[in-house]
Design a protein around this ligand. Structure first.
Ligand code: SAM
Length: 323
């Protein structure tokens, strides 16, 4: 297992399998990568990276995008990772195409699903995502609920004055299906940056409400020290990332961009280009590059030091120029 200079193990790899999306979420952070890089990795390439990462101690893989279900070979991507026998393999999706792919994803080894659902109100859902598709996604969630995934988690980005009032309703909805609810603090990244001051909610009221209506079960030591609550039988995870040294102290993740680069943190630029090693099937070179990247990992938010968002500001301006 690799440990970085801050005592944090590298256990998880978040894989951005494409950078196109059928949604236009008002806050999208694009997984912290520059826009329009394309998807340069085949399913076999992704399997090769996962194998090298597992040899270095990585246990869990998260497939994300863009929208991962827009990749026609997404089942092959899942297959390429699952046949290596990881401890965990999950996917974050907007859920729009789950009716097409969910069964095959499950039978090829996908263990868990995160489905983004930021509102149960059709008008707000459309405003937030740019797509009039709430009914379709709810139907798809109903469908996947009985397929046998180990866990289905609802990802809800909390937006002040827009969907905060829906949290109790979302808990009731999750309870009906046995879903987990993940409440995510808005990050000032990508399209999340210009709307940050308008919609940012530091979750303190939400946490007060959870303490009153539920109970704190503990924290996820394996991932960002996230607090876990239980409310009316629903597991509620809090992803409070912004300006939060505790969150960064528990970071066990690196990210593979859709063009084959490794990022040590959502907020940081990529540190190594893995593409040449991947395409040459140079496992030793690839592992050395990963070890080097791990040595550069450091917490973005540290106690007593105000947040490192300088590079984010620059990225947003460049994005606006190139759009
Ligand atoms: N297209 C897929 C989806 O919508 O779930 C996967 C990609 S999306 C970038 C991955 C997750 O990041 C989603 O749950 C999304 O809601 C969340 N997300 C995107 N931008 C965010 C931001 N600025 N702050 C917090 N979470 C964000």
């Amino acid at each position: 297992m690799l440990i970085d200079g801050y005592g944090r193990p590298w256990l998880k790899l978040r894989i951005v399998v494409d950078d196109t999306c059928n949604y236009r979420c008002i806050f999208c952070h694009f997984e912290g990568q520059a826009r329009f890089q394309g998807s340069k990795l085949s399913a076999e390439d992704i399997g090769f990276v996962a194998e090298a990462a597992m040899e270095l101690g990585v246990e869990d893989f998260k497939i994300t995008g863009g929208e991962p279900l827009l990749r026609r070979d997404i089942v092959d991507v899942v297959d390429a990772i699952s046949r290596l026998g990881p401890k965990d393999l999950s996917m974050t999706t907007n859920g729009y195409l789950l009716d097409v792919y969910a069964k095959d994803l499950l039978s090829h080894g996908l263990m868990r699903l995160n489905v983004s659902l930021h509102s149960l109100d059709p008008r707000k859902y459309k405003f937030i995502t740019g797509v009039d598709a709430l009914d379709r996604v709810l139907e798809n969630l109903d469908y996947v609920s009985s397929l046998g995934f180990k866990q289905v988690k609802i990802n809800m980005v909390v937006l002040r004055g827009l969907n905060t009032d829906e949290i109790p309703m979302m808990i009731r909805y999750a309870s009906k299906y046995g879903f987990t609810l993940q409440l995510i603090e808005l990050m000032p990244m990508g399209d999340g940056f210009p709307i940050f001051s308008r919609y940012y909610d530091d979750l303190s009221d939400v946490i007060t409400w959870l303490n009153r209506h539920g109970k704190l079960l503990g924290t996820r030591k394996d991932l960002h020290n996230r607090p876990i609550y239980e409310v009316d039988g629903v597991r509620v995870e809090i992803v409070k990332n912004y300006n939060n040294p505790t969150f960064c102290a528990g970071c066990t993740t690196m990210r593979l961009t859709s063009d084959g680069k490794l990022k040590t943190c959502l907020y940081k630029e990529p540190v190594v280009d893995l593409l040449p090693y991947i395409k040459a099937r140079d496992k030793e070179g690839l592992k050395k590059a990963m070890v080097f990247a791990n040595s550069l990992r450091k917490p973005n938010f540290v106690e007593g030091v105000s947040g490192g968002l300088g590079s984010v500001r620059i990225r947003v301006r460049l994005d606006k120029l190139t759009l």
